[in-house]
Structures are given as structure tokens and as C-alpha cells.
Write a protein that binds this ligand. Structure first.
Ligand code: MG
Length: 363
């Protein structure tokens, strides 16, 4: 049987209110989730959906640019073409990471349905559950600790603590978390490129001595020699995120040997490029974790299925939905003692009524 072609691609912008803001890096913040739902229909009637989360300070995309690039450049390259060639066609357009990523995930979702397979089978993902982490942003002490307490009560057992605006404050927050949770909760840090080469190794040693497991992107991405030198000192395992947006970035980072664990975010590399990145990382002996790029439940579900691949051995960022007050899905995802069920992730559907209620109408 020949591969179905892509018949239609539709987008809708929806808005989900959050419980407080997420603050990270030197000045980034997110106050509400305003994401784009991408639907792909194939010539045999199969449909797939995925979520594109605009992150202007990371990728330069907004909800409006995602809708526009899909309408003006990506959809015209795909309509009428075999669905299994989608990524190769849209990869010709640079940047626009989450627009392309969502199309690719929705195409895989549709292809799985077309073939009568689960998305997990489509992706070669065999684990039954995935270990999750929660991103704890920068903020006032009381708010951050209350948030940590709330999400740990909801099943989270790994916290990724954003650091980088005030080192003493960061350390105080980490000590507070440790005295609250003891060894019930594992911690690691994400510095979002805010350290300086002169004392990064010393700061990593402090984090290591506090018992943190890893640090994500301690130094500015462009300081390639300093980053390679820091990795060579093996103070604390380093996670690549900002430095590895694409497979091309990853090839450069592997040449330079700047990291230990790769954070693959399916919203920015779709499934096709994420699979290629897993394979490159595996061959180089690097660890892998998966991120949902602060997606809502549908985005977390799509990332969670990918995180069920056997190579993904580190906790994956799949719990941002705990920060949302509303959802567009027919059911919630639940975290049980630090784990998320892949079966649950596979069962999540977009609820048409909820989507309609949350959709932003054009003015
Ligand atoms: Mg990061």
C-alpha cells in the first residue's frame, strides 16, 4: 500500500491561564500559555494533532508567526505530498522550530492511525512509563517553595531548578528544597547560559557538593572553547539544551564534546529529527532526556511517548501541565510517585468543546 498524502493542515491558537508565572534565564518569563494546535489530515482520512508552543525569547516565534509560516510556506510544500516525506520538505525552511516540530508530530500521529498502530509503536517506544521532572522557575522564596510543595504532592520527584539571577538566592532556594523534601526529591539545575567561565567550575562544584545531579547549559553557547574545557573537567554532568536546537547543532556539539546528556525537545525537532538526534547521541555514548518545551497536556503526551524510547534514561520534562488552570484535552495526565504512564499519554485526546472554549478568535 502506498503512503497516504497530506490533504490538509489547520491551525488554531488557544490560550490556557497559568498558576503564576514561569521565570528563567536572565530575563525570560511566561505568564500564560498561548499555544497553537496543529491538525494534519491525510488522503485516507486519518488525522493527527500536535501542539506548537511559541517561545519568543528562545526561538523568536509567536502564535501569529507559527500560523503564518504554516499557511504561507510549510503547508504549500506539503499538501498533496507523501506524508512520510514531510520533514525533508519542511526542513528546507530554517528556524521556525515549533511550527515544523508540531507538523512533524501531527504527521506521525496521523500515520500511526493510518497504519492501525499506536504512536508508541510508530516511534519504536517500548517503555511502559517515563520518569518526569518539573521545571521550578525563579521567583520569590515563598512562592517557589509553595509551588514545589504543590507539585511534589501531585507526584513529582525530580525538580529542575532554574538558577542564574542571584547565586546566593539560588543556593538558599536549593537548600530550602532539600530541607523540605530530603532525599524524596532529586534536584538538578538549569543555568540558561548565565554563568561566567572564570568561576563556572567552582559553581558546578558547589552544586555537586549540594547533591544536584546535573547542570544544564552553564555557559553562553557561543563560548565554545570554554564550554568544551568545562565539560573536560567533569565536575558535574552537563546537559545540552540551548546549544543543540537542531541535528546540525548537535553534530557541532559532539565535535566539540561539550556535554554529557542531550535534552531533546520534540516540539522543536519533531519526531523525525529527534529520532536522528537520539541515534547520534547514542553512538557518541551520551545520555538522553526529553523535554516538552512547557507544553500543555497534549504536548506533554506527545513528548512522553517519545520519552518511552529505551535510550531515554534520564528524567524528562513532561509536567508543565501542573502549572495550567485549564486544558484542551479530554483527560488529565497523572504522575504517580515520579512516573507517568505511557498508556495514559497514548489515550489523551483533544476535547473539541474545550478547544473551542479556549480558542482565540481573530479580532
Ligand atoms: Mg534549558
Amino acid at each position: 500500500m502506498s503512503t497516504p498524502t497530506i490533504a490538509a493542515i489547520e491551525t488554531s491558537i488557544f490560550r490556557l491561564p497559568m498558576v503564576g508565572e514561569l521565570r528563567w534565564g536572565s530575563q525570560s518569563a511566561l505568564a500564560e500559555a498561548r499555544h497553537v494546535l496543529v491538525r494534519v489530515a491525510l488522503s485516507d482520512g486519518s488525522e493527527g494533532v500536535a501542539e506548537a508552543p511559541p517561545r519568543p525569547t528562545i526561538y523568536g516565534e509567536t502564535a501569529a508567526t507559527i500560523v503564518a509560516i504554516i499557511r504561507d510556506e510549510l503547508a504549500p510544500r506539503l499538501i498533496g505530498q507523501p506524508a512520510d516525506t514531510a520533514w525533508a520538505r519542511i526542513a528546507l525552511i530554517p528556524n521556525n522550530h515549533t511550527a515544523k516540530g508540531a507538523i512533524d508530530m501531527a504527521v506521525h500521529d496521523a500515520l500511526a492511525r493510518s497504519a492501525g498502530r499506536t504512536l508508541a509503536e510508530q516511534l519504536g517506544a517500548t517503555r511502559e512509563r517515563v520518569r518526569v521532572s518539573y521545571i521550578l522557575g525563579i521567583g520569590a522564596r515563598d512562592e517557589v517553595l509553595a509551588e514545589a510543595e504543590r507539585v511534589v504532592a501531585q507526584g513529582v520527584r525530580v525538580l529542575k531548578v532554574k538558577v542564574g539571577r542571584d547565586w546566593d538566592d539560588d543556593l538558599a532556594r536549593i537548600r530550602d528544597l532539600q530541607s523540605m523534601f530530603g532525599d524524596r526529591v532529586d534536584l538538578y539545575a538549569d543555568a540558561n547560559e548565565t554563568m561566567v567561565a572564570a568561576d563556572a567550575a567552582q559553581r558546578l562544584a558547589v552544586l555537586r557538593d549540594l547533591g544536584l545531579h546535573y547542570c544544564e547549559e552553564p555557559l553562553p553557547v557561543e563560548q565554545v572553547r570554554a564550554r568544551a574545557a568545562l565539560r573536560a573537567q567533569t565536575v558535574l554532568p552537563l546537559i545540552a539544551d540551548d546549544s543543540a536546537f537542531t541535528v546540525r547543532d548537535l553534530q557541532r556539539e559532539l565535535e566539540l564534546d561539550t556535554f554529557d546528556i542531550l535534552n531533546i525537545k520534540t516540539p522543536r525537532t519533531g519526531y523525525t529529527e529527534s529520532l536522528a538526534m537520539v541515534e547520534l547521541a547514542r553512538r557518541a555514548g551520551k545520555g538522553v532526556m526529553v523535554g516538552s518545551q512547557a507544553g500543555s497536556t497534549i504536548g506533554a503526551a506527545r513528548a512522553a511517548v517519545f520519552a518511552a524510547r529505551a535510550e531515554v534514561e534520564h528524567p524528562s520534562e513532561l509536567s508543565f501541565f501542573l502549572k495550567l488552570r485549564e486544558e484542551i484535552t479530554d483527560r488529565p495526565l497523572t504522575i504517580v510517585d515520579g512516573w507517568l504512564s505511557v498508556q495514559e499519554a497514548l489515550s489523551v485526546r483533544v476535547d473539541p468543546d474545550r478547544l473551542r472554549a479556549m480558542t482565540l478568535r481573530a479580532p
